[in-house]
Every structure is written in structure tokens, then in C-alpha cells.
Design a protein around this ligand. Sequence first.
Ligand SMILES: Cc1cc2c(cc1C)N(C[C@H](O)[C@H](O)[C@H](O)COP(=O)(O)O)c1[nH]c(=O)[nH]c(=O)c1N2
Length: 245
Amino acid sequence: MDPTKGALQPSGPFLPAEREAVYRAIFTRRDVRSQFSPQPVPDDVLARILTAGHHAPSVGFMQPWSFLVLHCLDTRHKVRALFEEANAEAVAMFPPEKQAHYRSLKLEGIVDAPVNLCITCDPDRAGPVVLGRTHDMAMDRYSTVCAVQNIWLAARAEGVGVGWVSIVDPIRLRQVLGIPERVIPVAYLCLGYVHEAYARPELEVKGWRRRLPPEDILSFDGWGGQRPDHPLLVAMRAAMGEAGS
Ligand SMILES: Cc1cc2c(cc1C)N(C[C@H](O)[C@H](O)[C@H](O)COP(=O)(O)O)c1[nH]c(=O)[nH]c(=O)c1N2
């Protein structure tokens, strides 16, 4: 008996409105730090968002992620203290002329948001030899990041904002959350309803950095293959214009 018999489903393009909805989620998704409503995110909504995360692609289908759901305010205050400490160290790493600007940025919403998630990667989830990870062990972490992105986009569709906080010492984060040593904390996310969000990345609005034009990120037939008048480049410029970027 062929196990693939009847396993296929139609896979054509979405209807225009469905396609628009997917692109809308992508283009209006924001990293949210300060606009969180304290209104709780109900379990059924959170369940849909996490289920989207759990349907991410993963190397060898290893599904290396765990989703730690953090409501406890005491725990979140401990994580915020880790952020404060790391952020003070971070300021000093920037050139003196950028430090005041850096200090003015709000870079977390750990306690403002009603719920946080820590998304971890367990390299041992599927044994030592994993299909597709044989020549690059980082593939399990990349898979975990795919889950994060699914969560981020599904949350956008639910009206739930997500902010990624990476300015924390991962070793101390592990201790605070009781994460075993072999497990890697990949992402710390703050989640909550947002009624208004920036139309462009907050770092762009606040003059820190701008989105790069397509000519800076497209290359043809190998690294460094710039083709300034290539039709794909022209089309991507137009698509970015339509996306408002
Ligand atoms: C791996 C990683 C880590 C972080 C981030 C993102 C990612 C992917 N971002 C959010 C980041 O600043 C943001 O995505 C960009 O500025 C682009 O903005 P939008 O996400 O489009 O709103 C982020 N933001 C922040 O305020 N504090 C942080 O510690 C981090 N860390």
C-alpha cells in the first residue's frame, strides 16, 4: 500500500482577497514595544497563534521548539531586570555620538504586555543525527526562528502585537526560567493587543536606520552580481512602493 496515495491537496494560488490578507499581515506586522493594551489575550486566541508557530517548517521535521508561556508578573519583573542590566551594557557598545539616541529608544514591553513567550530550541529533540542538520548544526535554531515568524504573523492577524526582546544575557535568562543547559533560548517575545502601531518600523520612524533599497540586497548569479536595470529589481521597487515601504 502506497502511503502517499490520497495525501495531496490542491495547491494553487489563493483567491485575491486571501492573498491580500497574507501580504497585509506581512507588511503591517510591527515589532511592538509601547502600545500594549493590558487586556488579556484569551487562551483560544493564544492557542491559534501558538498552533501557527507549531506548523512552521523545521529541519528533518524535528520541531525543536518549546513555547514557554509567561504570565507570572514576578518572573517577568526578573526578566525585565535582566534587560535593564544588559541594556546599560549595550549603550556603552555604541559610538559616543549614538548613545543618547540609543538611550531614547524603548526596546521592550516585558511588563506592559499581558503575556510573554520564551521560544526555545532543543538540539536533542530528534536524536543526534537529524536529516538536513548533518552539515550545519545551526539548522535547528533557524527552524525555531521560522516558528517565531509564524507566531509574529498569526498574532498580527489576531490584532495582537509582538515585541522581540534580545537584550538579555541568555545564560541568566535560562536560570530565571529554569531552562535546561542544553536548550537554547532563541526568542523572548512580549504579546498583547495593540490598537495602533507604527506604519513603518519604529527604528525607521525614530531615525535609527532605514529599510534598504532592493539594489542593496539583490544579487544575480552569485554574490556581488549587481544589475541596476534588471526587470526584477524594477518590479521589486514598484512592489515596495505599493507596500508603502
Ligand atoms: C532577532 C531579533 C531580535 C530583536 C528584534 C528583531 C529580531 C528579528 N527586534 C525588533 C527589530 O528592531 C525590528 O524587527 C526592526 O526594527 C524592524 O521593525 P519591524 O519589525 O518591521 O516593526 C528588537 N526590538 C527591540 O525593541 N528590542 C530588541 O531587543 C529586539 N531584538
